[in-house]
Design a protein around this ligand. Structure first.
Ligand code: FAD
Ligand code: AMP
Length: 484
């Protein structure tokens, strides 16, 4: 069969659309097949991230946070607001507008880069052939020199709380409530559960989060996780750890319907009644209908497409990137993999540095980290230094009424190289970029301490924490440092 394209990308989420754009920039003829459609059945680019993930959740998090500030915090600043009202349908409509602007933006980028946009389903056959079925059912086989699989992920479902898109919803349904449910249950205190729980708690719901694990945010630094747990509790999120949901059933009829949840904690069974229940128990790789039996691509034991460090699958010239492969299920990780694969196809030799993938939880205050936690360093047995600086001692944080939080830097005791940075505080998502840059360039805590930071800024907390790692933060009393 003659070649139709240099590269066919399957999936136009952040991983796939980055791959497609970079391929085209590098002079490769590129097509991208994507099956996602909106409520009206029209094709949409951008995948989960733009349509039902990162962007819509942040639109609601930002709007609901501003509502809380206007309702509760402005008076601290000497601003009296007489009546603050949340117009939830308007918030949802605005969220949709933001999404639409961005998905249209990706369409524009595809057109501007001469990428052939093929709405519909792609299935990988042998030898880089792809069976394409358009949204209106037309079928055609396409031949490429290379194929990039970027089919993403979907929410994990559990039989104990089956999604009915009415009372029991997944993250997608939870971004579309037209009013705040009075009693809202969330299963799972992971990133998505905490973010969506925060949105609806701020807008008036009584939120109870049931988490099967005994430990809160085990992937985060222990000290930070403790602070976050306490703060979210003060904000009204009732997070119950060691609480495994074992059953749920719908009770009542019509407007009186509710969902009765049974959970087991500490060997005892309890029941809770909710008006809505969000199931946020993780995401799984999405590979349904993606591979023919002779595609040559294998899955790993957890159902992810099996790839090596540079995202090659077991089939020649077939690559896989983003949530459908191992590693953190984060948009920016997929984007970098997409770009890496495109460049490797074009003959370059880039790598993704998986040691410095930043993680962010967009609660308020935000939580962000990169690199190792203190618990991981302790377990590894390597000596390390800790420097930390509280937001409460940062001038800009106080001026902005953002005095809750901490920046913590962990560095190697011998080489002083920065091994991990953990931020809990306002704008942690922005501040963490400084840590990522520092670690990419193998900076030491001393390097960061020698750099000039603008005053007054929240980022100065990073400077002080770096100085603190060597025992001489300026705004902390440390008797040893005075002599040193
Ligand atoms: P996806 O975005 O899932 O895109 C895959 C695309 O492939 C989809 O359009 C799908 O329809 C299409 N597709 C699948 N199979 C086929 C096929 N056979 N043929 C054609 N098309 C196909 N990550 C962050 O980094 N930051 C955040 O703040 C963040 N917030 C999130 C909030 C929520 C509520 C959720 C649910 C997720 C969030 N994520 C966040 C995760 C982020 O959305 C994912 O990591 C990211 O979307 C993965 O990108 P991807 O390109 O691998 O896959
Ligand atoms: P994440 O994978 O980070 O989105 O987090 C999902 C969370 O859901 C994990 O911390 C799981 O422990 C939790 N979880 C999974 N199943 C259940 C369940 N049946 N009851 C309560 N929590 C659960």
């Amino acid at each position: 069969m003659s070649k139709d394209y240099d590269v066919i990308v399957i999936g136009a989420g952040p991983a796939g659309y980055h791959a497609a754009i970079r391929c085209s920039q590098l002079g490769l003829t590129t097509a991208c097949i994507n099956k996602m459609v909106d409520d009206m059945g029209s094709p949409v680019l951008g995948g989960t991230c733009l349509n039902w993930g990162c962007i819509p959740s942040k639109a609601l998090l930002d709007a609901s946070h501003k509502y809380v500030e206007a309702s509760n915090d402005f008076s601290d600043l000497g601003i009296e607001v007489s009546s603050v009202k949340a117009d939830i349908p308007k918030m949802i409509a605005r969220k949709r507008e933001v999404v639409s602007k961005l998905t249209k933006g990706v369409e524009g980028l595809f057109a501007g880069n001469s990428i052939t946009n093929l709405p519909g389903t792609g299935k990988l056959m042998a030898n880089c052939q792809v069976a394409y079925e358009s949204l209106d059912g037309n079928k055609k086989n396409l031949q490429a020199d290379n194929v990039i699989l970027a089919s993403g992920s979907v929410p994990v479902t559990i039989p104990t709380a089956p999604i009915d898109n009415d009372l029991i919803v997944d993250s997608t349904g939870a971004l579309e409530f037209q009013s705040a449910p009075k009693r809202l249950g969330v299963i799972g205190a992971g990133v998505i559960g905490l973010e969506l729980g925060s949105v609806w708690s701020r807008l008036g719901s009584e939120v109870i989060i049931l988490e099967a694990l005994n430990e809160f945010l085990p992937q985060a630094d222990g000290r930070i996780a403790k602070d976050v747990f306490r703060t979210l509790g003060k904000q009204g999120l009732d997070i119950r750890l060691g609480a495994r949901v074992t059953a749920s059933k719908i009770k009542g009829k019509g407007a009186k319907k509710s969902v009765l949840v049974t959970y087991e904690a500490g060997g005892e069974e309890s029941e809770l009644e909710f008006d809505k229940l969000i199931v946020a128990v993780g995401r799984r790789p999405y590979t349904e209908g993606l591979l023919s039996s002779d595609s040559g691509v294998n899955l790993d034991e957890r159902g992810f497409l099996f790839v090596n460090d540079t995202c090659s699958t077991d089939a020649p010239n077939v690559y896989a990137v983003g949530d459908v492969v191992r590693g953190p299920q984060l948009a920016h990780k997929g984007m970098e993999e997409g770009v890496m694969v495109a460049e490797r196809i074009a003959g370059k030799k880039p790598l993704v540095n998986y040691d410095v993938v930043p993680s962010v939880i967009y609660t308020h205050p935000e939580v962000a980290w990169v690199g190792k936690t203190e618990e991981q360093l302790k377990a590894g047995g390597d000596p390390y230094n800790v420097g930390s600086f509280p937001y409460a001692a940062n001038g800009r944080a106080l001026a902005a009424n953002e005095n809750e939080g901490i920046i913590k830097i962990l560095s190697d005791a011998e080489s002083d190289r920065i091994l991990g940075v953990h931020v809990f505080g306002a704008q942690a998502s922005e501040i963490i970029a400084q840590a990522v840059i520092s670690m990419e360039f193998s900076a030491t805590a001393e390097d960061l301490g020698l750099i000039m930071f603008a005053h007054p800024t929240l980022s100065e907390g990073m400077h002080e924490a770096a100085l603190g790692a060597s025992g001489h933060a300026i705004h902390m009393v440390n008797k040893k440092a005075r002599k040193g």
